[in-house]
Design a binder for this molecule. Sequence first.
Ligand SMILES: *[C@@H]1O[C@H](CO)[C@@H](O)[C@H](O)[C@H]1NC(C)=O
Ligand SMILES: *[C@@H]1O[C@H](CO)[C@@H](O)[C@H](O)[C@H]1NC(C)=O
Ligand SMILES: *[C@@H]1O[C@H](CO)[C@@H](O)[C@H](O)[C@H]1NC(C)=O
Ligand SMILES: *[C@@H]1O[C@H](CO)[C@@H](O)[C@H](O)[C@H]1NC(C)=O
Length: 160
Amino acid sequence: MTRWVSLHMISLGSLLFFAAAGWGSTCLSEDKLNKRVERFERTYWSNLSSYQKLEGAQTCVEAAAEMRGAMNRRSLSPWKYNISRNDSRFPHEIAFAKCLCNGCIINGREDTSYNSVPVVVKLVVLRKTPCPWDKTKFVVKNDSEAIAVGCTCVVPKSSN
Ligand SMILES: *[C@@H]1O[C@H](CO)[C@@H](O)[C@H](O)[C@H]1NC(C)=O
Ligand SMILES: *[C@@H]1O[C@H](CO)[C@@H](O)[C@H](O)[C@H]1NC(C)=O
Ligand SMILES: *[C@@H]1O[C@H](CO)[C@@H](O)[C@H](O)[C@H]1NC(C)=O
Ligand SMILES: *[C@@H]1O[C@H](CO)[C@@H](O)[C@H](O)[C@H]1NC(C)=O
């Protein structure tokens, strides 16, 4: 009994050690990494909308005067896009929404009795880290990131 417990604890200890050292996670060559990333991006990040996203109003006043074009520009809670970049994350570039107004555009002007708020979702990403024992290879992990995908117009929380 005692022996079983100690053996068990030794194997648990080495498991933790190997996990901490990155053992057990597969190290991928650059070629394998690229294939994995390509498959991943095709499945989860196929281009639903293209990248003319960065044009358009940059302020609430501009948005109120415009109110035409893509959905983010016609919304009563208009938003612009900014790009988040990270080379150790796939996709490297993710467009995220920034609300242009505190209030909402009602009858052509900002009405602060309403609020523009971001709609945030968790999206799957891959992250690469160097392989612990072979610096030419990479460990790739699934992860998620909270991304604002647009803005919506709401009645403020405090009002009844
Ligand atoms: C979007 O994807 C299609 C095929 O899936 C491709 O032909 C097109 O060039 C892509 N557009 C952009 C802007 O990446
Ligand atoms: C875009 O986002 C980056 C990182 O969050 C930030 O540093 C930068 O100021 C933003 N640019 C604009 C135009 O909002
Ligand atoms: C990229 O992401 C990693 C992991 O989340 C983070 O440690 C690193 O600081 C990021 N790099 C940049 C340039 O934001
Ligand atoms: C990562 O996610 C993909 C797709 O959801 C799945 O096929 C794969 O087994 C996952 N890998 C790990 C290490 O969780």
